[in-house]
Design a protein around this ligand. Structure first.
Ligand code: AMP
Ligand code: MG
Length: 307
């Protein structure tokens, strides 16, 4: 299986790659043909940059102009894992990957199959989530098969243990302080990032990037299931839903946010399969805390209405 995947990558082709966050659609960062294929198969616009996946920090260092001390601190703590760092790119990085931005997004996934694939292929892989643009992310082998049928060879690495996309963190280290900004919330919490950086003596400032880097993962209407999803806040009744519908399916998630994160994309897909017109998810007052915030970040982008 691994040999076949490597052969495909060497021939400018793509491979469905399991990671702990979601499945990725991976191609060689040094193959322009493979990079073009990623955008074509995903129906992804070229303004949406890709994350580069590495199997060790040395591979990451050559992709950036400067690898700051803060990157060492963060990667020692969180790599391999669901933290993507955005740093100024080196000339090795193709503009197709970064959509012409001066920065590049890099992470080291915490999945043995992904690490084996990158290591044995011999260089990093660009991989967005293996779903069509704006649609629900895949967290199982079967999800990727359903999305792309036989168009893509997929490695079966089981169900994703995290189930939510990585936290994306922009870093700009100056002499006296460190500018940071979360570009996409994810499983690694801001409080954990802040804690380790402060413990290591960094003075943090917000980078205030809102207008200069637009992260498509933050666009409205992402992660959308096949049917309209309505989030119903506790205290409101179904009658409060303003859009017209006949029947609804109520989606449930575990009370534990770690398990709910893992269930989220599977349940969105399953909830789309019945006869009902819409999916409802009830937001309860106890849905609080950083991880529930991330789950509701994804749910509200997947939703057509929140009432
Ligand atoms: P996906 O691969 O579909 O999970 O999305 C990857 C996310 O990483 C997208 O929202 C991208 O916009 C974001 N991303 C990739 N490269 C950069 C970059 N250089 N600066 C900011 N965001 C980036
Ligand atoms: Mg995606």
């Amino acid at each position: 299986m691994l040999m076949k995947a490597i052969e495909l990558l060497k021939n400018d082709d793509l491979v469905g790659m399991p990671t702990e966050t979601v499945y990725g659609l991976a191609g060689s960062i040094y193959s322009e043909i493979a990079l073009q294929k990623i955008f074509k198969i995903k129906e992804r616009p070229f303004f949406d940059p890709l994350i580069i996946h590495v199997s060790n920090t040395e591979e990451a260092k050559i992709l950036v102009k400067n690898w700051p001390k803060s990157a060492d601190v963060l990667t020692n703590k969180f790599w391999p894992g669901p933290l993507t760092l955005v740093l100024e790119k080196s000339n090795l990085v193709n503009d197709l990957i970064t959509s012409g931005l001066p920065t590049v997004a890099i992470r080291m996934p915490n999945h043995p199959m992904a690490l084996d694939l990158i290591k044995n292929f011999g260089s990093p892989l660009a991989a967005p989530s293996a779903n069509k643009f704006k649609k629900t992310s895949p967290t199982t082998f079967q999800h990727v098969k359903d999305e792309f049928l036989d168009e893509v060879y997929v490695l079966d690495g089981g169900s994703c243990s995290v189930g939510l996309e990585s936290t994306i963190l922009f870093l700009n280290e100056k002499e006296d302080y460190l500018e940071i900004e979360i570009l996409r919330k994810g499983f690694i919490k801001y409080s954990e990032i802040e804690k380790i950086l402060i413990e290591n003596g960094f003075k943090l400032k917000n980078a205030k990037l809102e207008n200069s880097i637009i992260v498509p993962g933050n666009m409205k209407n992402h992660y959308m299931p096949k049917k309209p999803l309505v989030i119903l806040t506790e205290g409101n009744s179904k009658e409060d839903i303003k859009i017209k519908f006949k029947t609804s399916f109520e989606m449930n998630l575990s009370n534990s946010p770690e398990i709910a994160a893992r269930q989220l994309y599977s349940h969105l897909r399953l909830s789309s399969q019945g006869q009902e017109d819409i999916i409802i998810f009830k937001k309860m007052s106890w849905h609080t805390g950083e991880l529930w915030e991330v789950i509701f970040d994804r749910l509200s982008k997947a939703a057509t209405e929140i009432c």
